[in-house]
Design a protein around this ligand. Structure first.
Ligand code: ATP
Ligand code: MG
Length: 147
């Protein structure tokens, strides 16, 4: 559906804040209104999977920033959680892959959240990348083509 992205994200953030009122979530949009054709239901799920991970892996503060570049709309989701080791970063989008940890951060999950998010973004002809520093936090960037 044709979707004004600032409004779309504001709604996701409002809903997220009702579920996690103690997590600080900032949204900075670096542009005027942008209309994209997206599968709203699925893209919402993809973004929520990334936000849920941020909380699950230790973040208290999440920052969302959007930009428009040459041909892409970019959506950066930055958290201050436990981070992901460099050697693991290329594997986290694989089906059922989880980073095993022998400490209090050992959480439960199937390892499907990011796999599913990536599939949804591919269905939009976009891509998703990760950058992370242990133990500082993680940035996921979603690129969606500007139509
Ligand atoms: P599921 O999402 O199916 O409940 P999961 O959270 O383990 O399980 P993914 O969401 O696919 O699976 O994430 C894969 C792995 O990547 C996680 O197990 C975790 O180790 C790591 N990870 C994902 N997001 C973050 C993050 N924001 N900070 C630190 N580690 C992360
Ligand atoms: Mg997950």
């Amino acid at each position: 559906e044709k979707t004004e992205m600032n409004m779309f994200l504001s709604q996701i953030i409002t809903d997220f804040n009702t579920v996690y009122p103690t997590i600080m979530l900032d949204f900075v949009s670096k542009h005027e209104e942008v209309d994209l054709y997206v599968y709203q239901f699925h893209l919402t799920t993809a973004i929520n999977n990334i936000l849920d991970n941020a909380v699950k892996y230790g973040a208290q503060h999440i920052k969302i920033q959007t930009h428009t570049e040459d041909n892409y709309y970019t959506l950066m989701i930055e958290d201050n959680g436990i981070g992901i080791a460099e050697s693991e970063q290329h594997k986290i989008f694989e089906k059922f892959y989880r980073v095993e940890r022998g400490d209090i951060h050992n959480t439960k999950g199937l390892g499907l959240g990011l796999y599913y998010a990536q599939q949804i973004i591919f269905a939009h002809e976009g891509k998703i990348t990760v950058a992370s520093l242990l133990p500082k936090g993680t940035i996921f960037t979603i690129y969606l083509p500007l139509s």
